[in-house]
Design a protein around this ligand. Structure first.
Ligand code: SF4
Length: 453
């Protein structure tokens, strides 16, 4: 999972993009980067680490040019190395021609690698953004299609998920796969277009929301003005439902939905038909807070922030190594015994992936005197891996892949377990058929071939 941003014709462009990326830091904490461009050339600053460290004002303010793009990265394809940090440059004869930053995973990498290598180009890393840059570059400049047509060809033939910004010396492009798996919006910052993954970046910069880039569309801002090419490729929309369940910030709007509202509705759906008696509803902070509020209100059971989160530990789900994940669970949460001792607790979480975190938390609650721990999960059981940009592990590492609800409950040490039904999840969004549910159903809209195997 990653976040992107881009701005066209604004003094201090690189600084604005760095601010937008700061607002999107939750989408990736592994590496980040900014590329600025103008008549003087194309300039890059990227590194491993957080936006505040890599893209400090000292680092980005010297970057010349009035347009810029940027990226925050969490590795789903490719190792957490500098070679895989985005944006990626497409160079000819040692000169940068354009830069690309992309969010999403591709499913036809071997085919694309072959195209790129057959034109005499090599992939330096193993990251999808580099593949997009080089595929478009060879079509545009080696096959002579020109950049506009090469981008259109990419949108028609790239498989999987991509919400992408591309920057040349004089133009900014934004384009999205025809399913629209990952979000991408455009705002207006005092007359300059600002592209971002999530609208929280627009709010942070006090930019006005204009529209979402439609799936399968190519937007261009350049010397000839603004062009919107819609329907360059078409497919039934399949927005990632997990963006709303877990990944995006609650103060963002995406896919025409308020993330906060969807999470509250999920909580209400989770309460339907649940008559288990209990004393208190406690969320696993932070992504489950609004689901727990919805659940507590619907069940008329008191809500309490009974677990205090250490905000200086990375999000458990996006810590890459298993060992680091185990360590971070213990460091991340501390229970408030006053809400827990002798209580029958409903613990609300957004999802269970491996079950590592929640198992430890349940144990911690019992050690702090909880009488009963009932687990309520704001999504259906995750039974399949994601190939479109969320880093779920292989199927056999998913706790619910081959187990019943009762087996998962017993493995986790919970007194009871209820998942949100797929039907209730579908009812929590306005146009349910526009969403991908493949990690629950195995029905993959854009294939599943990838390096994950
Ligand atoms: S498989 Fe799941 S996580 Fe991946 S895009 Fe579809 S809904 Fe999102």
């Amino acid at each position: 999972m990653c976040g992107i941003a881009g701005i066209y014709k604004k003094d201090g462009a690189a600084g604005f993009v760095a601010e937008a990326l700061f607002a999107e830091q939750h989408r990736g904490q592994d590496s980040c980067g900014v590329v600025s461009a103008g008549p003087g050339g194309i300039f890059i600053c990227k590194g491993l680490g957080l936006v505040k460290d890599v893209l400090s004002s000292e680092a980005v303010s010297p970057l010349p040019g009035s347009s810029a793009i940027g990226h925050v990265r969490y590795p789903t394809q490719g190792a957490p190395t500098l070679e895989n940090a985005q944006p990626h440059l497409f160079e000819r004869d040692g000169r940068p021609i354009f830069a690309v930053a992309s969010n999403g995973d591709l499913t036809n990498l071997p085919e694309l690698r072959e195209i790129i290598e057959s034109h005499g180009y090599k992939l330096e890393g193993s990251n999808d953004g580099e593949v997009i840059a080089k595929a478009i570059g060879v079509w545009a400049y080696e096959d002579g299609l020109g950049l506009d047509e090469a981008i259109a060809k990419w949108v028609r033939t790239g498989r999987g998920a991509f919400s992408t910004v591309l920057l040349t010396k004089d133009s900014l492009y934004a384009f999205r796969d025809p399913y629209g798996f990952r979000p991408m919006s455009v705002g207006d910052l005092e007359g300059s277009p600002l592209v971002c993954s999530e609208t929280v970046a627009l709010d942070t910069l006090r930019a006005k929301f204009v529209e979402e880039v439609p799936p399968g569309a190519v937007f261009t801002w350049g010397p000839n003005g603004h062009e919107r090419r819609l329907g360059v490729a078409t497919a039934a929309y399949r927005h990632c439902i997990f963006e709303l369940i877990y990944f995006s910030r609650p103060d963002s709007r995406l896919f025409g939905e308020s993330v906060y509202e969807v999470r509250r509705r999920i909580g209400e759906g989770l309460a339907e038909g649940d008559e288990t008696p209990g004393d208190v509803v406690i969320p696993i902070p932070d992504s489950s807070n609004y689901m727990a509020l919805g659940y507590a209100a619907a069940r008329r059971i008191p809500f309490a922030l009974g677990l205090v989160r250490n905000h200086y530990v990375g999000r458990t789900f996006i810590v890459p190594e298993q060992q680091m994940r185990d360590e971070s669970v213990r460091l991340k949460f501390n229970p408030l015994p006053g809400f827990i001792r002798d209580k029958r607790i409903f613990v609300v979480d957004d999802s269970i992936v491996r079950g590592t975190t929640i198992r430890k938390l349940i144990r911690m609650l019992r050690e702090n005197g909880a009488r009963e721990v009932h687990l309520r999960i704001g999504s259906p059981p995750i039974r399949y891996s994601c190939y479109y940009g969320i880093d779920t592990p292989e199927r056999d590492k998913l706790i619910a892949a081959y187990r019943s609800e009762a087996e998962v409950a017993s493995l986790l040490g919970a007194d009871s377990l209820r998942y949100l039904s797929l039907d209730a999840l579908r009812r929590s969004v306005s146009i349910p058929n526009n969403f991908c549910y493949a990690c629950f159903t195995g029905d993959y809209p854009a294939g599943q071939k990838s390096r994950k195997g």
